[in-house]
Design a protein around this ligand. Structure first.
Ligand code: GUN
Length: 292
């Protein structure tokens, strides 16, 4: 069994980006600038955004965190988005999800200029991705593809079963894995809460991507020997005995499933760190595409 070490690979990618930033600085050009908009004080979102900002500092990007109060109106947020669209100093930005319930998420994501949409959530980028055109690929699926590539995991003709059809992970990874251009060429089954006989499908899978958010969902009796397992779940389980008051766990019963797997991602340290690395990569690409 080979551990797909997202922490290690993400550090490699960050080092590669940092080397490019050093070159940009040497030429006296403007370094990439990523901004993040956070509305409210959701604990997980604060952690993610904080981690994104720290990563920017580490690799030499400029970063701006725009932290707005929970009671920010949709109108105020849309005005902030428009400011960012027009600010020539910002190469790319993200609006951290989830947004408070009184704000229409789709309306906000639609307002992000596609050329600055480093999350790849705008319909223009999503559509371009589906059509194999140059776009921003959402960071989590992009990270999964990169992890498979760097470990030289064979995907051609392999049956990939994706669990979960979210717009952020399940749906885009099912598209990317089936594509010709990105060297995946897998055969994909996209499963979800209404799927019948899920176990029958996962037992046929050469690759399982689980993006469900249910701890220990995927057990050893659901996978075949030699399976490749990508665990996208990041669930916070309350635990008073820990300093932080919780621990992080994935969708996969790691202890059981790792005994049958040929490759498997750990949680934490698998897909999570790759997501941040690929967001930085997208920001670097945004800077290049803007011709700065
Ligand atoms: N919330 C959970 N994952 C993500 C992500 O990749 N981007 C943003 N903006 N919000 C998220």
């Amino acid at each position: 069994m080979t551990l797909l070490d997202g922490k290690k690979i993400s550090n490699q990618i960050k080092d590669e980006i940092a080397a490019e930033v050093a070159e940009i600085k040497k030429r006296g050009e403007k370094v990439p600038h990523l901004a993040a908009v956070l509305v409210g004080n959701d604990g997980a979102s604060l952690t993610y955004v904080g981690s994104k900002v720290r990563s920017c500092e580490r690799i030499g990007f400029e970063s701006t965190l725009i932290h707005l109060p929970e009671d920010t109106t949709e109108e105020e947020l849309l005005a902030k988005v428009e400011d960012l669209n027009l600010d020539p100093g910002i190469d790319g930005y993200i609006v951290q999800l989830p947004l408070p319930r009184h704000i229409d998420e789709q309306k906000v994501l639609m307002a992000v200029h596609p050329d600055k949409d480093v999350d790849g959530f705008h319909p223009t980028n999503f559509g371009k991705m589906a059509l194999d055109m140059e776009s921003f690929i959402p960071a989590t699926p992009f990270g999964i593809m990169e992890l498979l590539k760097r470990y030289e995991v064979e995907t051609e003709g392999k049956h990939t079963v994706v669990i979960g059809r979210s717009h952020i992970v399940g749906r885009p990874i099912s598209i990317l894995m089936s594509q010709k251009g990105k060297a995946a060429n897998a055969t994909v089954t996209l499963t979800h809460s209404r799927t019948k006989n899920l176990q029958e499908l996962t037992l046929q899978a050469d690759i399982v991507v689980s993006a469900l958010g249910v701890p220990n969902f995927l057990k050893a009796d659901m996978v075949k020997e030699g399976v490749v397992v990508i665990d996208v779940g990041i669930t916070r389980v309350p635990d008073e005995s820990r300093e932080r008051g919780y621990y992080i766990t994935g969708d996969v019963h790691f202890e059981e499933v790792s005994k049958k797997a040929s490759f498997i991602t750990p949680v934490p340290g698998g897909v999570g760190p790759m997501t941040i690395a690929m967001l930085l990569k997208n920001t670097l690409l945004a800077r290049e595409r803007h011709g700065l």
